[in-house]
Ligand binder design. Sequence first.
Ligand code: F0G
Length: 453
Amino acid sequence: MPAFMEPFRIKAVEPIPFPDEQQRRDTLIAAGYNLFRVPASQITIDLLTDSGTSAMSAAQWSALMTGDESYAGARSFEQFEAVMQELTGYPEIIPAHQGRAAERILLGSVLGPGDVSLANTHFDTTRASVESIGATAVDLPVTADPDTPFGGDIDLAALKEFLDAPHGTNVRCVVMTVTNNATGGQPVSLTNLTAVRRLCDEHGIRFLLDASRFAENAYLLTQRDPECQALTPRQAAQTIFSLADGCWASLKKDGVANIGGVIALHDAEIARRCRDRLIETEGFPTYGGLAGRDLAALAQGLTEVTDPQYLRYREQTARWFGDQLEDAGFPVVRPTGCHAVYIDAARLLPHLCPQRLPATALANQLYLAGAVRVSELGTLVFGIPGSNGEPDRPAPRELVRLALPRRVYTKSHLEYVTDVAARIAESPDEVPGYRITEQASTLRHFTAVLEPI
Ligand code: F0G
């Protein structure tokens, strides 16, 4: 493992809280054993998400001051539009306040009731958008193989079979989420994207990207795909965009800013439909629910994010952190990507069946042991709630995600997390399971109340 260090120095700092053991226990009980309900004032290291949690650069903070707050036709929109057009090659650029607004507007413009959207994996909010339209979201991820460099790919044989079947005529779009957050943050290969393009052309179907982590996918292509070795990360990103008909993205990730989303398209008619919907819910199409200064910070962030030094640091941090956690006794999903390290909670806690929520159990234990907050991507998020007292249908995997906010935590913060993990790994059989006592009918993990069992 080559040595690495943060390719920046720190200009502004924020103190972090250190709740003691009793405070952590009381906090978790008061939060109904749901980490989304824990106040940030009770968290030492927050690895819940890499979304909207980035530290902006000095150049972004200075861009905020130049933001143009005009309601229509703001200069900051023009800057944002130009950067997005250069990056994606798509002429139609529509800002939105965050990813789920962008996906709801775009999917609402291409899908109707009874239609089908196929994907390498729809993220949870994407699935919710598809289902709210009365359409069906079908995930076709490749079977998890720990040695594959491109675990984010779609299963091409399954995709072809679906499209060739009689119900294939209901498919309106294929969505490729780059990188594939729900299945371990793995990248999608260029070969896979090219094959999806061909199949979409053969069947006359739209090919869309969920490009929320486009820069990290692009960087991993330059590292893992011999055909992309000669490309810069920005060129690799441009190649990815060139294969699809359009995209949406949560810019709270690779926009390296605290808020933002975007729709970018070739098709002027779909863009017109999106703008009409956007005006109803987000605002005028040159600000899309954002302040002018947010657009200015995003224009700068979208320029910085493909810096090879920065992306190398992201990839090396995840790899190093994965190695440390594995040495501490945690089963790490391999290979690591960029935005997070994923732990296989089912392997660490074999005494807990999926209905006892092993991923939630591990996440809560990390909080109790050291005020570390992570997210569960297991049966609480992806399981299908059982009706009439039936048990939940388990998620395909019981993963815990330790997300890495961009440019926020240093190596020593992550060493602290490794120490906490090592203490849990000493006696995993003592970690209790959980059951849900209250849940919403959709996206239940955000608000559910649980209890140990
Ligand atoms: N698509 C992907 C792949 C995502 O990871 C997310 C959000 C969204 C869409 C929705 O974007 O939050 O801006 O509305 N992921 C966050 C996460 C919440 O923690 O992974 P949003």
